[in-house]
Every structure is written in C-alpha cells, then in structure tokens.
Design a protein around this ligand. Sequence first.
Ligand code: RIB
Ligand code: CA
Length: 330
Amino acid sequence: MSKRKIILDVDTGSDDALAIMTALLAPEHFEVVGICSVHGNRPIENTTENTLRVVELLGSEVPVIRGCAAPLTAQIDPLRALRIRANQKELEDGEQVQYHAEQLPLPPATRTPLPGAYASIWYIETLMAAKEKITLVMVGPQTNFALAYRIEPRILEQVEEIVIMGGGHDQHNSTGAAEFNIFADPEAAAIVFECGEKVPLTVLPLDATHLANMRPHHEALFRSWGTAVGDFVADQIRERLDAYNVMQPLHEPDIAPIHDALCLIYLMDESVITKKKFVRADVVCGGMADGDTLFDTRYYTDRPKNCTVCLSTDEEKFAALFVEVLSRAR
Ligand code: RIB
Ligand code: CA
C-alpha cells in the first residue's frame, strides 16, 4: 500500500491515544499532516492536552490543532439532552473504573496547540492548499470537519477518503440505538455521511471494533517492557479491561476494544476486516433513535449508496498487527 497523507481527528481518550500512537509509529504507511482535537470523551481542554501528551510521548512534532468544544446543534434542544453513557463507575470498595481519564497519565505537555489555529478553519486552509489528496481519519464526534465542509464544500476535492470510527449496525453503546461518536453530534455525522456521495467514505462501527480487542496477556506484554511507553500502553489496556468488565460486558470477559486503532490498522492492512459492504448510510437526528446509523444493506436502495461499512474483524490479525506496530516504540 502506498504511503498516505492523513489528518487525525480525535477526542483523546484512551483508545484515541493508542490510535495516535499507531499512526505515528507507522511512517511507512502514514504521513500525519496534523491532529485535530474535538469534544467527546472529555471536554476539549482535556482532549487537546491529552493529544499533546501522547504526541510528546513519542517525540513527534506533528501539529495539534484545537477543535470544537461542543456539537453543532445537539445540545440546544433540552428534549435532546444527550444521555451520554457514564464514563466511569464507583465500585463498592471505593475504587472507580473509567473508559477515559480526564488527564492521561503522562507528563504535562510542554507545547501548546497550533497558536491561533482552529480545527475547522485549519481543515479549510490545509485542504485548499494541499498538493496531494489527504485521507481524513475521524475517531471522535465529527463536528470539526462537518463545520469546515459547511463553510467551504470545495475542501472535498482534496480528500482521498474519509474513514470514521462510529455508528453501529447491530451493536450500540450510548443508547439502544446509537454509538457514542455519532450520538455526541448526530448532525455532524449526517453531514459527513452526505460527503460519502462525493468521496469514498469508510465507516468502522462497533460491529467491527468490538472485535478489535486487547486482552490481559497483551497488557502483561507491554508491562514487561519496563519502559514509560510500555507502562502507558499497559495502563490504557488495563483501564479499558476494567471498564468493559464492569460497565459494558461484551461477547466474552476480559476483552478491551481499541476502537479507534482499528481505523489505522485497516488502512495498513484491509484484510483485517473480514466483512464489509457498500451500502446507503444515514444518521437519525432527534427522537427516540437519536444518533442511530442506518446502514441500508439492500441491493436496491432508495438513495445513492455512500459508504463502505465494515461489519466484522479478524481479532487475531488485529491484535498481532497492533502489537507489532506499538512494539516499534519499545
Ligand atoms: O464508541 C467508541 C468511540 O467513542 C471511540 O472513539 C471512543 O474513543 C469514544 O470516543
Ligand atoms: Ca475516540
């Protein structure tokens, strides 16, 4: 596969952090043009600082650009008060489990986000000036790019592909109908899905990412390195193992989905996805199914097909590739 220029859009976050590391540790596959932070797992101040901490952990100079602090419109209607799933839970012994720490357990960042830059504007400036097409990898709410596209639709002309971690066909997490990244800003997702009629859009929903797991023996492997990087990765895996065991048991115990990293592993080796289909995809905005992603898998669809949806993953291949790439930081 030829090397891609990519822009990451992240709500860092434990699995976002591991996705950023995957991208930065595979320079033969990715030239990371920039990393945009967005609201989501934690407030924008935290997701921005956490992104900077991860980038500095690997000694990278890639620019981090601060993005939107809130969804486009989803928080305006009080009847749509977003019932975002709890990020943490207190246990009887006083301990707490959480999916995403407010501040990642890394040294405070020594640098700031790109001064005077705002992600949506930076997208426009970067894409309009791009000499080669760029792949957009969005693993949080899609607010930043949706706003950029509304300001300047011509930016799509320099987009190679849009890859999103989000949505669910048969699996959900924020509500019985929705996955977090979509539920946090359904209107933004709907705008980005609209782009799928003009540029290639690939969506990796929970159906695929619930099979992109790390397990206790992977935690132990990274811990065995005895280094700051190995301990950080092990800590993120352990935090996610505990959170899923307590708050969201999946198809078997002691598994931790590394949702966001699957997007990068897929771009490195598409065979990690064992089932995908070109479909019509739409997003429900408002009502009982607010944030639901409708993947119309029928042969004849009412509207143009606009998305390749990934529906299953080779768990072993994901784990092997993910460990191989992160092991470059040993
Ligand atoms: O539903 C999983 C997604 O929500 C992941 O991107 C995770 O980081 C959270 O943002
Ligand atoms: Ca994320």
